[in-house]
Ligand binder design. Sequence first.
Ligand code: ATP
Ligand code: MG
Length: 332
Amino acid sequence: MQKERVLSGIRPTGFVHLGNYFGAVRNWAKMQEEFDCYFCVVDWHSLTTHPDTKELKDNVHRLLAELIASGLDPEKCVLYVQSDVPEIAELYLYLNTMAYQGELERTVTFKDKVRQQPDNVNAGLLTYPVLQAADILIHRATNVPVGKDQEQHIEMTRNYAERFNHRYGEIFPLPKAFNYYGDELIKIMSLSGEGKMSKSENQMNTLYLADDDELVRTKIKKARTDSGPTELNSPKPDYIENLFTLIRLVSSPDVVQRFEADFNNCVIRYGDMKKQLGEDMVKFMSPIREKALAIQHDKTYLSKVIQHGREKARASAGETLKLVREAMGINY
Ligand code: ATP
Ligand code: MG
C-alpha cells in the first residue's frame, strides 16, 4: 500500500526552541519512519514578517542543522528549502485566482498580523494561506501536522483544492489537519509562565537548542515559581505544571516521582527541583547542540543535503504541476 503523504513547514525566523522540538520536530522524526514525509524550510513565508534578509542564509543553514540534529534524516524524508522549488510559486499564482479577498481578510492569523505590524500589511501577508496551500498541494500531500492555530489555513487549502478540482478536473486530494499524536500534543509555556516558548518572543524565558550549558542553567534557575503549596494534593498553577512537563520530558521516572510526591506533601523545594531540571536539561540538550553546530559548520554536507532535497522535492512538484497545466490547458 502506498504510504500517506505528510507535509509540514517551519519558518527560518530564529532559533529552534524546546517548544518546536517537543511540539513538532520530535514528532516529525517519528513520522518519517511511517509516512512519506516532506519537511520544508519555508523561507518565502518568513519574508512577510521578516523582510530583512541579511541573516536569512545563516538562519536557513542553522535551521537545517538543528532539524537534522533533532532527528530528521534527509535519507528518510524529503528535507528541502521552499525557494528551491519554483513550481510552488507557479501553483501559488494559479491558486491566487481561486482565493477571494473577503475570506483572506477574515483569516484569524492575518488579523493578528495586521495588529502586530500595522505599517507592513503587505499582500504576501494577506495571501499567506494561499502560499501555504501551494506548499501542501504541490506534493498532493494529505496529512498536515499543525497546531490549533493553523486549522483554518488547512480548511482554506481544502477549499482551494475543491475549487480547482471543480473548475479544471480532479487533481488534488483534500488534505486534513493531522492529529496523529492526539491529545499528547505538547505545548511548552515560557519559563515566566506568560505565553509560550517562541522563536521571536519571550527569548530570555525560552530554551533554545543553541543555548550553552550555563545559559540553560541560568534560564531554568530564573523560572517562575512561588512559595509552594500549603494544602496536600493541591492543583498546580500552570507555570509550575510547565516545570513538571519539562522534568517529565528529560528526567528519570524516579526523579519525577520524588518531586511529584514532595509537591503533593507540601515539602517541595523549587530551588532543588530547578537545579535537578537544569542538570538533566543540559544532559539532554547539549548533544543536540553539539551535533547541530558540527552540521552547521560542515558546508559541504549542508549543500549536499540542500541539493538532494531540492531534487526530490522538484521531482514531486514537477509531476503535480504537469497535471495542473494539462488540466488547465496550459500546455501549448
Ligand atoms: P514564531 O515566533 O516565528 O511564530 P514559533 O516559535 O511560534 O515561531 P513556528 O515556526 O511558528 O514557531 O512553529 C513551528 C512548529 O513548532 C509548529 O508546529 C508549532 O505548532 C510548534 N510550536 C511552536 N511553539 C511551540 C511551543 N511553545 N510548544 C509546542 N509547540 C510549539
Ligand atoms: Mg508561531
